[in-house]
Design a protein around this ligand. Structure first.
Ligand code: ATP
Length: 134
C-alpha cells in the first residue's frame, strides 16, 4: 500500500465537486488517510509547484491555487499514485482526459482542471510532507 497527495483545487471547491471527487476515490477502493479544507499561503503553493517555477504560467498557477479554499487529501491504497492519476485523467481536460475521468467529465481548461495527484513516489513523499507535516 502507498500514499498519494490529492488536491481538489479551488475551482473544484467553488463548483461543489468535492463530494464527487471523494466519492470516486472511495468507489475505486482507495481510502482517505487525512483530509483538510484550507486556503494556502503563496509559499506553500510555490513549493508545491517548484518544478514549474520557470514556466510562463507559474504566476497564474500560484494565483489560482491561493485564490480560495482547496481540499488536501492523503489518499492511501494499493498503487494509490497511479490509481488516482487514472481517476483524474490527463492534464488537458479536453485533449487528453477521456470521458469517465474527473477532468474528462467535469473540466474544460488546463488551468482549471479540478484536481492534482502526485505523479511519482518521490513527488508523493515530498508533497505529503509539505501538505501534512504531522
Ligand atoms: P497536477 O500537477 O496539478 O496534477 P499534472 O501533473 O497533470 O497536474 P503538470 O504538467 O504537472 O500537470 O502541471 C501542473 C498544473 O499546472 C496543471 O494541473 C495545471 O493546473 C497547470 N498548468 C499546466 N500547464 C498549464 C498551462 N499551459 N497553462 C496554465 N496552467 C497550466
Amino acid at each position: 500500500s502507498e500514499r498519494t497527495l490529492v488536491l481538489v483545487k479551488p475551482d473544484g471547491v467553488k463548483r461543489g465537486l468535492v463530494g464527487e471527487v471523494i466519492s470516486r476515490i472511495e468507489r475505486k477502493g482507495l481510502t482517505l488517510a487525512q483530509l483538510e479544507l484550507r486556503t494556502v499561503e503563496r509559499s506553500v503553493a510555490e513549493e508545491h509547484y517548484a518544478e514549474h517555477k520557470d514556466k510562463p504560467f507559474f504566476g497564474e498557477l500560484v494565483d489560482f491555487i491561493t485564490s480560495g479554499p482547496l481540499v488536501a487529501i492523503a489518499v492511501e491504497g494499493t498503487r494509490a499514485i497511479s490509481a488516482f492519476r487514472q481517476l483524474a485523467g490527463g492534464t488537458d481536460p479536453v485533449e487528453k482526459a477521456t470521458p469517465g475521468t474527473i477532468r474528462g467529465d467535469f473540466a474544460l481548461e488546463v488551468q482549471y482542471n479540478l484536481v492534482h495527484g502526485s505523479d511519482s513516489a518521490e513527488s508523493a513523499e515530498r508533497e505529503l510532507k509539505l501538505w501534512f507535516p504531522n
